[in-house]
Write a protein that binds this ligand. Structure first.
Ligand code: PLI
Length: 468
């Protein structure tokens, strides 16, 4: 799947104009910092990190045109010209007539959930995302996963592992009644499955079913451009189409899109809800004033709206996303050639290391992926993120939600790191791989109630507990 040597050697489609120094601590210093951070990579100081692959969210390098646009920010409280330029860009690129800006993606999720959910509803989705599900639950809904089974198997090499299982979706609607399903969120692509895409064909089938049942189809479009790239590469019917055209086609099938602009749009902050449903727009704009700020700035400065407007138009140029995915695949290939187990196929925003296969001597109580993320930092200063039982959180009865996947995500910020940095990451993780059988698990020391992965603290288990 596009991983031959020439694909991997695609040169960066940019020159570097400003740089930021990186620090490299000694191993004893890193061990100390890790302990101080409660073995949670979210609690490390950025200055103590050598290569930061925690997230691609808001960590991107903007173009010179985006930086220049910042100066054009109209900082008027109401009716800013920057909002008009932003709204026009969203309408041109995504095709939606109505847009509500928000401070970031979860702001849009909050407005959407509050606008559409009646307590007792069920909201299906193709695997959960942390903030998305939490906002649905806070609005009184229950989330139900309707993704295809392959998504839960790290080794299943399906080209569209993010697809919705129409049978699961239809069975759910039959069980609870269409009137209790206000909308479905289709993540395109699916972050927690490894950045796995949804095919246009599948989205079309979901749209048809939604129309027949009067259920709103919402795309979680944080990385919709990457999804469009995979459709371009893998879906025969779309061969030769531009990424821009595919993105428009995806959006034409959905009623609404919720976007964290901190990903695709290459900005450091921002988000929005865009829709063709005027009633939803009016409700969300009203709530925006309560929770975010006036509906023409949504918690952002005028300059942020300008950077988003430029980013939205630039992101659909084919070479940007092609290079991004090639970089992610390059890292995946460097890990694979060392025998390090990763989720296949490699997705668009990061390489997901299969922590269960990496640390087979640990059991679920060892918080496998959380541990692996900690030991990787200790060995090399590379910061990744747990995507496993800690991220999944507890259910309403206080039990850990069961998870099939225990992954460490190595997420690539856009246009930030070079190939040499990625070689360094692979060599660093190889060090952890060499000492894997001596690595202990972790235990919770403290645990907040909501989105616990951000702020929990841990300590090493006395001895590796061993799989029973
Ligand atoms: O981090 P926000 O609030 O701008 O966006 C929330 C959000 C919504 N949907 C999806 C698919 C996301 O990936 C997402 C945020 N993701 C983060 C922060 C990440 O590290 O993946």
């Amino acid at each position: 799947m596009g991983t031959d040597a020439l694909d991997l050697l695609m040169p960066e489609p940019y020159k570097i104009k400003a740089v930021e120094p990186i620090r490299m601590l000694t191993r004893p210093e890193r061990s100390k910092r890790l302990a101080e951070a409660g073995y949670n990579t979210f609690l490390l100081r950025s200055e103590d990190v050598t290569i930061d692959l925690l997230t691609d969210s808001g960590t991107n390098a903007m173009t010179d045109r985006q930086w220049a646009a910042l100066m054009m920010g109209d900082e008027a409280y109401a009716g800013s010209a920057s909002f008009e330029r932003f709204a026009k860009a969203v309408s041109d690129v995504y095709g939606y007539p109505f847009v509500v800006p928000t401070h970031q993606g979860r702001g849009a999720e909050h407005l959407l959930s509050k606008s559409l959910i009646t307590p007792g509803d069920t909201v299906p989705g193709n695997m959960y995302f942390t903030t998305t599900r939490l906002h649905q639950e806070l609005a009184g809904a229950r989330f139900e996963d309707v993704i295809i089974d392959e998504a839960h198997d790290p080794a299943a090499d399906h080209p569209f592992k993010g697809n919705v299982d129409l049978k699961k979706f239809a069975a759910l609607v039959k069980r609870v009644g269409a009137e209790r399903v206000p909308y479905i969120t289709v993540g395109c692509p699916v972050n927690l499955a490894g950045g796995q895409p949804v095919s246009l064909e599948n989205l079309r089938e979901v749209a048809q079913f939604c129309r027949s049942k009067k259920i709103m189809l919402v795309i979680d479009g944080a990385r919709a451009v990457e999804n469009a790239f995979f459709i371009q590469e893998r879906e025969k019917a779309c061969r030769g189409w531009s990424v821009a055209r595919i993105l428009k086609e995806m959006c034409a099938l959905a009623d609404t899109i919720s976007v964290s602009a901190k990903k695709d749009l290459y900005v450091n902050i921002g988000g929005f809800l865009a829709t063709r449903d005027e009633a939803l727009f009016k409700k969300a704009a009203e709530l925006c004033v309560v929770y975010e700020g006036l509906h023409t700035y949504g918690g952002l400065a005028g300059r942020d709206l300008e950077a988003m407007a430029v980013g939205a138009r630039e992101m659909v140029q084919d070479e940007w996303v092609a290079h991004r995915v090639a970089q992610v695949r390059y890292l995946g290939a460097r890990l694979e050639e060392r025998g390090i187990p990763i989720v296949k196929p490699v997705g668009g925003h990061g390489v997901f290391v299969d922590a269960k296969a990496f640390l087979p001597h640990l059991g679920p109580e060892d918080l496998i992926a959380q541990s692996l993320a900690a030991w990787i930092y200790e060995d090399s200063g590379v910061r990744g993120m747990e995507r496993g039982v800690v991220s999944a959180g507890r259910d309403e009865k206080g039990r850990n939600r069961p998870v099939k996947l225990e992954l460490v995500r190595l997420t690539l910020p856009r246009r930030v790191y070079t190939q040499t940095h990625l070689d360094f990451v692979a060599a660093g993780i190889a060090k952890t791989w060499e000492r894997r059988m001596e690595l202990p698990g972790l235990r919770f020391v403290s645990e907040p109630k909501m989105l616990r992965f951000f702020q929990s603290r841990f300590a090493p288990a006395k001895v590796a507990s061993g799989r029973r």
